[in-house]
Design a binder for this molecule. Sequence first.
Ligand code: GLU
Length: 496
Amino acid sequence: MSTTVRTRFAPSPTGYLHVGGARTALYAYLFAKKLGGKFLLRIEDTDQKRFVEGAMENLMSSLKWLGIEWDEGPDLPDNGGPHGPYIQSQRNDKYRAAVDQLLTSGHAYKCFCTQEELEEMRRKQEARHEAPMYNRKCCALTPAEVEEKIASGVPFVIRQKIPEGMVIVEDLIRGKVRFDSKSIDDQVLVKSDGFPTYHLANVVDDHDMEITHVIRGEEWLPSTPKHIWLYQAFGWTPPEYAHLSLLLNADRSKLSKRQGDVAVEEYIQKGYMREAIINFIAFLGWHPGKGIEKEIYSIEELVQDFSLENVHKSGAIFNIEKLDWYNWQWRRRKFLEAVEHDPSARTALIIAECDQYLAPEYKNNSELLARALKTVEEKIIQNPKPANDYIKFFFTAPEFKPEIVYSEKMKVDEAIVKQVVPEVTSALSEISDSDWTEEKIKETLMAIVAKLGLKNGQIFWPIRAILTGEQFSPGVFEVVWALGKEETMKRLKNIV
Ligand code: GLU
């Protein structure tokens, strides 16, 4: 077996890339990359009935968009890599050779039972309250009987002869999981159409492709004993296994389409950033470790810190609000990085974030717009859609709203307003245009606080509330600065 770690993602092309699949692919990718290994993509299309046109291309483009790139896989040059082809429907000769080996060694046998016979068998077993299992009727056929049936064209499948005894799966996430062969059916390895089933193709390919670690969803755990018996029958060393727990809805039911979007593609279309999706998916069942609070990880940082020991055994809840949070954090991180790189681009970057939502009349007043947007940067980064609402008070003077301006909590009543507003108006009018900065405005208002012997809020609250007409808004210094001297004076003078 290869000494280099080799993992694979082995989707069946039956539709889109499910978020659960994306997580499996990501963990397999991170695990391999962390250990300097290789990550492979293999398409498992043995079930031709479930084949969906375009699904393979779709899976590959979603993975690529996420930045989960494979070292070997169907679309790469030179047959996809040293173990190509990487599409199972193109590897049938390998499965045929492998199953012949099993037939010769007695680990597999041909079964000629018809659907009706199998159903009859199942009915009888159910009546006896037994688990429905193939009764091995065809295992008892002599070679001559087998030949005769083949010669007369009776269709057959090839079954795995499950040996007696126990198998212990040493799962890297779950520990030891025991299986008793008594409860395991003689699995079909080759269907009557000559195509292998998932089980045969999966084991033959994992061996041929020198996979060292199989990382996959827990729905495959019950198949693992069959796979281990196949490895034993072939005389091959099995890979290590890690089975990932399910993704759950908030009510702990299995994540399903009914409760929201499960296709990565839909999140891409909704405009989520790839970094946010990767970060979110990584944390669905993994944590960097006890006491580590860092939550924002790029894919490169994940490669460094990922380990299967920190993957949880229990199901992970898929919480869309958390994805929104990651998206916000990533938009913020990208914005700050860009601004650090080029401070003069700040305004242009923020406008770019919300340009499509802005009212034309706001865009016409570009100087005020730039200042207004500066006061609501965080909100725009979090959610640019309501941009107009955030800044409308800059463009339209509000009415005087006593229910907001007067506040028992802030100890602001009519008398305080009558005292404070003229003081503020006159002090601000003293500031020259060139000195009109947030810093200077703050200094000026703080001086009034000291002079009148009032609390900060008794000055800041009514001024801000008069200027904005809003219960919540950016802080008073920012608002005064962005509105500008003339407009601030106008709004304050109107009320006294
Ligand atoms: N083709 C299987 C799937 O669609 C792969 C299971 C495995 O990784 O072994 O999930």
